[in-house]
Design a protein around this ligand. Structure first.
Ligand SMILES: *Cc1c(COP(=O)(O)O)cnc(C)c1O
Length: 338
């Protein structure tokens, strides 16, 4: 094929794969992800374990489901730009989806944000604004930018449209599984993903138990449920930074506290157990995820009491883009897991 013909063909293919394919199947920026059966995890747990591969989402995490929908709806409502203050997977999802819907995106970050995050956001075409020394200051600035530019503010987890988007994960499971699983395991930061799953399970009419996993030092939901009121952690001491909300969403807390133990459990694992779960996933399935996601996998690898009696289990592999081989290897050394 001549070079010019190849270029035309290639741009057509990219458009098809990146846009037409996604839109025609999901109407949004996210993709429908595979559900695979895990032989090794099933053998370990003594139950059927399925892995929902949301780590394959184009922005690197499940966040594209919900934030993609929030951006899509903001675009339809006439927003002139998208504004986020997340230096993590929420910011990446906002930038990715904004590019998809041809909207400019501004991400306001504190001065402490690593250069690599800024580069990644810039790669998706976001305008990175560095403001303030802590997240609260950056977030206040972000809200000002929303006013100035007739933009739409995208919250990392506490938005109704974002919950609806996350619920698409369960809609896919309904097509991918012949019957409801006994349990769905997920991790929890502020609780947006959990809320989406609970809403999806309710809409499906499934009797499945949902297990909400956190790490020690990022366990704001577990602490709140224990205290029976929303608790604010003094700081995040876990390495699972994507779980690093100081307090859970009020709406999520209110929902979880009312749920029956048969249908909802909270579980907390150590950073070391979360990293061990990431290593196990890498070795058994050749997949790389953040320790935030490792917290959910740990329910299986640590044979959580919450999974007792469950015959079929889906683990939401939420993914996360803030990880690489050397970081995981370093944690393996730090926690004596080599
Ligand atoms: C955001 C995020 C979480 C936590 O999600 P919430 O909706 O805040 O509970 C977990 N894992 C990864 C990889 C994330 O990006």
């Amino acid at each position: 094929m001549a070079a010019c013909c190849y270029r035309a063909w290639s741009s057509q293919v990219k458009q098809q794969v990146n846009r037409l394919w996604r839109r025609s199947f999901t109407g949004s920026s996210h993709i429908e992800t595979p559900l695979i059966f895990s032989d090794t995890f099933s053998k370990h747990l003594g139950a059927d374990v399925f892995l929902k591969l949301d780590l394959l989402q184009p922005s690197g995490s499940f966040k594209l489901r919900g934030i993609g929908l929030t951006v899509k709806e903001a675009a339809a409502a006439g927003a002139k730009c998208i504004v986020s203050s997340s230096g993590g997977n929420a910011g990446l999802a906002a930038a990715f989806a904004a590019r998809d819907f041809k909207l400019p995106c501004t991400v306001v970050l504190p001065t402490t944000t690593p250069e690599s995050v800024q580069q990644h956001l810039a790669f998706y075409g976001a305008d990175v604004m560095v403001y303030g020394s802590v997240w609260d200051e950056a977030d206040r600035k972000a809200r000002e930018v929303v006013e100035e530019r007739q933009g739409a503010y995208v919250h990392p987890f506490d938005q109704e449209s974002t919950w609806r988007g996350h619920a698409t994960m369960v809609e896919e499971l309904q097509r991918q599984l012949p019957s409801p699983p006994d349990a769905i395991v997920t991790c929890v930061g502020g609780g947006g993903l959990l809320m989406g799953i609970l809403k999806g399970v309710e809409a499906a009419g499934w009797p499945s138990r949902v297990i909400a996993c956190e790490t020690v030092g990022a366990n704001c939901l577990a602490k709140s449920l224990e205290a029976q009121e929303v608790v604010t952690l003094p700081q995040i001491s876990s390495i699972a930074k994507s779980l690093g909300a100081l307090r859970p969403s009020e709406a999520v807390f209110e929902r979880c506290i009312r749920m029956d133990r048969a249908l909802f459990r909270s579980a907390v694992f150590s950073d070391s157990q979360a990293v061990a779960a990431c290593l196990r996933l890498a070795d058994d399935h050749r997949l790389l995820v953040e320790p935030a996601c490792g917290a959910a996998i740990a329910a299986v690898t640590e044979t959580s009491e919450a999974l007792q009696g469950m015959r079929s289990v889906v683990v939401q592999l939420c993914g996360g883009a803030v990880i690489n081989r050397s970081q995981l290897a370093q944690w393996a050394v730090d926690f004596g897991l080599e």
